[in-house]
Design a protein around this ligand. Sequence first.
Ligand code: BTN
Length: 327
Amino acid sequence: MPHSQEDLLIYLDTNRDRFIDSEELMERFSLTRTALWRSIRLLRSAGYQVLSSQCGYRLDDACEVYTAASLQAGLRGKAADYRVDVRQALMSTNALLRKMAQRGAPDGTVLIANKQTAGYGRQQRVFFSPGGGVYLSLLLRPNYSPAELLALTPTVAVAVVDTVQTLTGRSASIKWVNDVYLDDRKVCGILTETAWRADGQIDYVVIGIGVNVLPPVGGFPMHLEPIATSLYPIGTSPQRHRSDFVVTLLNRLAELLSCPASPEIHASYCRSCFIPGRTVMVISANGEEQPAVALEIDDQYRLLVRYPSGKTEALMSGEISIKPLRY
Ligand code: BTN
C-alpha cells in the first residue's frame, strides 16, 4: 500500500468516533477531491469498510487495521520506542528476527506475521499458526542480570495474562513455565531464544509469542482439538481483536520488561500458575516419566516437586504434563 494511502487509513483508524469531513482529509493529505475518492475506493477494494455519509468518511467499528503503522500508533510509554514490522506470511517470526538480529536489528524490533508456515515452539515442536492468531517476536538487547534473564519468560506470561484480563475480563492461567491456558486448554505459547557474545554477555534475546486469538477457519487439527483453544469463540465477528491484543500486550510488556525480576511480577505469576497443588508427571530430557506433587514456584521460578519417595526437587526447566490423579 502506498504511504499516502496508509496514512489516510491510519487517520481513519484513529478517528473512528466521527465522520471526517472530505475537506479535512483533502487538506491534511494534500489530495484533490478525485484523488480522495480514488484512495477511498482503493481502501475499500483492499477490504477496509470505509463508511461514507454527507458528513464525510469513517472506518467501520468492526474493521481491523493490522498494519505496522496502525499498531505503532497505539504504542504508549516505553513501548513507543518499539519498531513494529508486519508481514503477511512468514515461516517463523522468531527465525527471521534472529537473522535480523545477527545483521544488527536494534533493540525493540517487533516482527509480526499474519500467519506462519513453519512456526515452532520449545523442543522444535511445530506451532500451528493459521490466520486469525497473533504471531509476534520481540528483539531485546538487554543488560539483564542472570536473575532478570531467568524471570524473562515468566514475565511475558504475566503480560499475556494481564492482556487477556484487560481485553476479555477473563482470568487466564499459566502452566509452568510458559504456556497460557484458558478453560484448561492452551491459548498461548511463549518461546524465548537467547544468543550470547563470546565474552559471555547477552548478545540478544528474541521473545516469540503465539496466541490463538480467533478460532482457526475449519477448526484446530484433530490432535490439537482437545488441548487448544482460542481467546474468542467460534462465530465471533471479525473485529479488531488481533490489533487490540498486540497493542495492549506490547504496552504491558514494555512496562513489565523494564524490571522483570520484581517481586510483584513473581507474585502475579504465582497467583496465575495453576500447577502447584496438582499431581504432575515430570518428564526428563531422555523421556523418563515420574509422578510428583507440585508444591510451589520458588523465587527463581523453579518448580518444587515432591516424589512419592518423599524426595523433593527444584525443577529448572523441562516438560511436565498434568495427571488428574492425586496421591
Ligand atoms: C511453545 O508453545 O512451545 C512456544 C510457542 C511459541 C510460538 C511463537 S509464534 C511467534 C514466534 N515464532 C515462532 O516460530 N514461534 C514463536
